[in-house]
Design a protein around this ligand. Structure first.
Ligand SMILES: [Zn+2]
Length: 234
């Protein structure tokens, strides 16, 4: 089976030679997804060792967030942002896990994962998950897990909730948002340290809402956050 896979991959490389997703240059042996030059140029936030860095500031609320880190700044038209968009919309979940793996490898030596007990991906509403075929946050978590050996626990669920105050059907559709709830076993997370995993942090509302669902179920659980991208607020 492995041989068939390797042959298929070699064949694919002949038909579609691998190119850097950022600059379009042909990749050489040992490079994957992007070339080493573009890898070095990733607009990193370097937030992982900061006790009140850019991610903490975005998530500043009444919810206690222990550690918080994002791999890079997410600008809409930026080729690095396109990697995450491709991971989500072009059926390339391996980009999400690759980025998760790379980021984890970079920050492991600084102790970012020390004491963390499990990775908890932000869930997708079932219909989105069904249409996409996967949840990109789970893929990011899998990449992190490959490096850290931490278990990935799917203990949150997302459902749709439309605002009661909206008048028209269109307004109700527009005001529909995801509501997160804890669906695991409280004993499993009490006094544990959970690392919430998302692809991109924008306002921070999603990840805070996930954190709140966990905190409400188990106030003794420590919460940290990791994402691939974080948008820049203007
Ligand atoms: Zn490149």
């Amino acid at each position: 089976m492995r041989r068939i896979k390797r042959t298929a991959e070699a064949l694919r490389d002949v038909i579609f030679p691998s190119v850097c997703e950022v600059c379009g240059k042909s990749l050489v042996d040992g490079e994957d997804v992007m070339c080493l030059d573009c890898y070095a140029e990733i607009p990193r936030t370097r937030s992982h060792s900061d006790s009140f860095g850019v991610v903490h500031q975005r998530l500043a609320s009444t919810l206690p967030i222990d550690r918080a880190a994002s791999f890079f700044f997410y600008y809409r038209e930026n080729p690095y942002a396109r990697l995450i968009q491709k991971a989500k919309y072009n059926h390339l979940p391996r980009y999400a896990s690759w980025l998760g793996r790379q980021y984890a490898s970079e920050i492991v030596p600084d102790g970012f994962f020390d004491g963390v007990d499990m990775l908890v991906p932000v869930p997708l509403y079932w219909w989105k998950r069904f249409r996409r075929g996967y949840n990109q946050s789970v893929e990011v978590a899998k990449g992190i897990a490959e490096v850290t050996g931490l278990p990935v626990r799917d203990i949150l669920s997302a459902r749709r909730h439309s605002s009661q105050t909206a008048k028209s059907a269109f307004e109700r559709w527009q005001n529909t948002r995801e509501v997160y709830s804890f669906n695991g076993c409280v004993a499993e997370i009490e006094n544990r340290h959970l690392l919430l995993v998302d692809d991109v942090i924008t306002t921070g509302a999603t990840i805070l809402s996930c954190g709140k669902a966990i905190h409400d179920a188990s106030p003794t659980t420590r919460l940290s956050v990791i994402s691939l991208g974080i948008t820049q607020l203007r």
